[in-house]
Design a protein around this ligand. Structure first.
Ligand code: IPM
Ligand code: MN
Length: 376
């Protein structure tokens, strides 16, 4: 049966990086004669402008009829004035909730040979962590939320709520991922202050009994922010609640030189997953052809891994990205630290646009596939 993949470009640089994702998908579909149909839909501000809704019914229908959804980015200053519940971001949150993609897996990976991309001078070995972010609960979704006037002044409220089952399923997935990797899991919370964090910690302990070979450490989120900067090489799998995961994954982006490098997979239990780069819509550079396509291309790699179970292609894409960067080809977002540190490493580099970057990564990926004998 033909598999359907829904493409939702969204706003800002979303359409540009989606072109890159589509180019990579099409090239691999052709090379491997994959029975896949690419379907296009609308989300975010683009959908709001066209239909009055950031997540139109039609998009929900298309998503539920797909085997995977690939998303660009949503939001931008153009929609600052729209009612809160119609904002582009609400479209994305509603999509995550509708698809029940509760587990957002965000790999943060920088091999030592690319350490000149990092602003850190202290890196001595590879960064290779996996941030597992709870995606459909917590402060983002808790009710009641909203604005009110009380005692003659304006107030606003958000609710931080987690149930045992919501914590259990994400922590279980994190243990499974840790088991396949180093066997080390760090659960991040704020248990010295928050009731939800105390429940989180207890549930993480309870689930631990089923995973005796994984070592569990707890860390407070403020300490974790520091640890990620001071000793990123020592961190493997991290599991945390929605907002902490959002914040810590941007720290991860900074560690490897640009948020533009980070992909993610948002996984459900029923097999329909959502793939989204971690970066946002970057409105200030939108439409100029300079956006970094790597977060998107690696999100496609994650789609090959988790939806299509074509691990070799997924890994070839990662290798293709890393070897292209190693050859000195970069996008503008990567320039500042490289420029700064190329004096130390005396490595030449050249800034190229979205399209050229995509082609170079594709070529490098096919070189990898040929070397391994996966394609002729
Ligand atoms: C992310 C983004 C989103 C989030 C926004 C756009 C709603 O920052 O995927 O990290 O906060 O989840
Ligand atoms: Mn974010």
């Amino acid at each position: 049966m033909k598999k359907k993949i829904l493409l939702l470009p969204g706003d800002g640089i979303g359409p540009e990086v989606m072109d890159a994702g589509e180019r990579v998908l099409s090239a691999l579909m052709e090379a491997f004669k994959l029975e896949i149909e690419l379907v296009h839909g609308k989300i975010g501000g683009a959908a709001y402008d066209a239909t009055g809704e950031p997540l139109p019914e039609e998009t929900i229908r298309l998503a539920l009829n797909s085997h995977a959804v690939l998303l660009g980015a949503v939001g931008g200053p153009a929609w600052n004035g729209v009612p809160f519940e119609k904002r582009p971001e609400e479209g994305l949150l509603k999509l995550r909730k509708t698809l029940s993609v509760y587990a957002n897996v965000r790999p943060v990976r920088l091999p030592t040979r690319l350490s000149h991309f990092s602003p850190l001078r202290t890196l001595t070995s590879d960064i290779h962590m996996l941030i597992v972010r709870e995606l459909t609960g917590g402060l983002y979704f808790g009710e009641p939320k909203g604005r009110m006037v009380e005692d003659g002044e304006e107030k606003a409220r958000d609710t931080l709520l987690y149930s045992e089952s919501e914590i259990r399923r994400i922590v279980e997935l994190a243990y499974k991922l840790a088991e396949k990797r180093s066997g080390r899991l760090v659960s991040v919370d704020k248990a010295n202050v928050l009731a939800t964090s105390r429940l989180w910690r207890e549930v993480a302990e309870r689930v631990h009994t089923a995973y005796p070979h994984v070592t569990l450490h707890h860390m407070l989120v403020d300490a974790m922010a520091m640890e990620m900067v001071l000793h990123p090489e020592t961190i493997d799998v991290v599991v945390t609640e929605n907002m902490f995961g959002d914040i810590l994954s941007d720290v991860g982006g900074a560690l490897v030189g640009s948020l533009g490098l980070l992909p993610s997979a948002s996984l459900s239990d029923h097999g329909l997953h959502l793939y989204e780069p971690v970066h946002g819509s970057a409105p200030t550079i939108a439409g100029r052809g300079i956006a970094n396509p790597i977060g998107m291309i690696l999100s496609v790699a994650m789609l090959f891994e988790y939806t299509l179970s074509l691990q070799e292609i997924a890994e070839a894409l990662w290798q293709g990205v890393e070897s292209t960067l190693d050859d000195g080809w970069i996008t503008a977002d990567l320039e500042s630290f490289v420029e700064h540190r190329s004096h130390e490493s005396s490595r030449p580099y050249r800034v190229i646009g979205t399209k050229e970057m995509t082609e170079r990564i594709l070529e490098a990926t096919f070189r990898q596939l040929k070397r391994k004998g996966v394609v002729a």
